[in-house]
Every structure is written in structure tokens, then in C-alpha cells.
Design a protein around this ligand. Structure first.
Ligand SMILES: *Cc1c(COP(=O)(O)O)cnc(C)c1O
Length: 218
């Protein structure tokens, strides 16, 4: 068994079955992604359209690709060509552009709102009150389907330090659920990375995003 296959096998054994493991593939090669795929993973993420553009044609597998990095509006169309999910909605302008492009492409796109829980370390995503507004906006659109909330905690340090971020993000997830918006079925709470995914799962994550724990140090 390769190192990547053995990492994936151990992780899948350690996490409860309701948790989806997404492999963060930035800087990895297509063959490394295929190893993780063959070990059982089906959800993969990229941070950059450019990197996905190079890798995806070389990876011939039934993969659900997620955009997990900041998406520039001028790359929205390209992103929709490449990715199944857009997990990093962080502005109303991006939402509008994605809706416009998806409408022209006649597709319906599952999306997630990226929340910045308002602490120093998390620099991407929107503030909690904006997250609720974005949820309302997405709910009214025909070509985007809100399916989740994502957050980035601190990447390093004591995993326990992430717990408060995760707890607050879960509260936002539940607040959006409680709005009972039309067309919104929140399914994914995406939080936790290699350093702190066990804490994230304890706080309600059902999608974790792992790079280092699968592929090794970048
Ligand atoms: C790189 C990355 C991850 C994974 O980080 P690791 O610490 O290597 O597990 C998760 N989410 C996002 C958005 C990332 O950019």
C-alpha cells in the first residue's frame, strides 16, 4: 500500500461514517490524487482555478471537485466548467456573477457560504451577519443551491484553540437552517483541517478538508 493509500485508510477508519472527507489537492500531482481516489475518496478540492485547469484533464475519475479557495469573479465561468461545488462564496457580487454564468450554462450549482468567524487567523469568508444575508440572496436564485457552510480555523497550534471557531460556525449553520429559506437544504458543515479535524467533528462538522494528513507536508 502506498503512503497516501495508508493515510486515507487510517483516516476513513478513524472518522464516523457520516463525515465526508474532502482531500485538499493544492500543489499535489494528478497521480497522488488518483492514489487517494483509489483508496476511497470521492470529494477533492482546489484553491485556484489555474491549478484545477491543469490537473483535472489528467485525472480521469468520478470525482466531485470543490472550489475551496477565494474565487475571483472574472474566473467564475471557468470555475463552473471545472468544479461541481463552489464552497467559498464570500460576496454578493460573486453570487450574482455565478448565478449569471450558471444560468447561461443552464446548470444548477451546489454552493456553500464561507464564514469568517471574526478572529485574527481566519482571513477569508464573510462575517456572520453577512452570511445570513448571503443565504437569503442565494435562496432567491434559480441556478445556485445553498447546501452548506464552510470555515477555516487556524491551521496550526493547539487544536483545542479551534473549538470556539467551530462552535460559532455551527451556530451560524443552525441559524441559517432556522430561517427555513425556500430552496435551501443545508447539508454540509465543512470545517476542520489536518491539525484539528477531530475537534471539528466533535463540534458538528460533517465534512472535513484534509491536505497534509493525506498527502504529507507541502
Ligand atoms: C490547504 C487547505 C486545507 C487543508 O489544509 P491541511 O492543513 O493541509 O489539512 C483545507 N481547506 C482549505 C481551504 C485549504 O486551502
Amino acid at each position: 500500500m502506498t503512503r497516501i493509500a495508508s493515510n486515507v485508510t487510517q483516516i476513513l477508519k478513524a472518522v464516523p461514517p457520516h463525515v465526508t472527507v474532502l482531500a485538499a489537492a493544492k500543489t499535489q500531482s494528478a497521480s497522488m490524487v488518483m492514489e487517494a481516489y483509489q483508496a476511497g475518496l470521492r470529494h477533492f478540492g482546489h484553491n485556484y482555478v489555474q491549478e484545477a485547469l491543469q490537473m483535472l484533464p489528467a485525472v480521469n475519475a468520478e470525482i466531485k471537485w470543490h472550489m475551496i479557495g477565494h474565487l475571483q469573479r472574472n474566473k467564475a465561468k471557468q470555475a463552473l466548467d471545472l468544479f461541481t461545488f463552489i464552497d467559498s462564496l464570500d460576496s454578493l457580487r460573486l453570487v450574482d456573477e455565478l448565478e449569471k454564468q450558471a444560468s447561461m450554462m443552464k446548470i444548477i450549482v451546489p454552493v456553500m457560504i464561507e464564514v469568517n468567524i471574526g478572529e485574527e487567523e481566519a482571513k477569508t469568508g464573510v462575517a456572520p451577519d453577512v452570511a445570513l444575508q448571503l443565504a437569503q440572496s442565494v435562496s432567491s436564485l434559480s441556478h445556485l443551491r445553498l447546501v452548506g457552510v464552510m470555515t477555516m480555523g487556524p491551521r496550526f497550534g493547539d487544536p483545542e484553540d479551534s473549538r470556539i471557531y467551530f462552535r460559532r460556525t455551527r451556530a451560524i449553520f443552525e441559524a441559517i437552517q432556522a430561517m427555513q429559506l425556500p430552496n435551501v437544504v443545508l447539508k454540509y458543515l465543512s470545517m476542520g483541517m489536518s491539525n484539528d479535524y477531530l475537534v471539528a467533528i466533535e463540534e458538528g462538522a460533517n465534512m472535513i478538508r484534509l491536505g497534509t494528513a493525506i498527502f504529507g507536508e507541502r
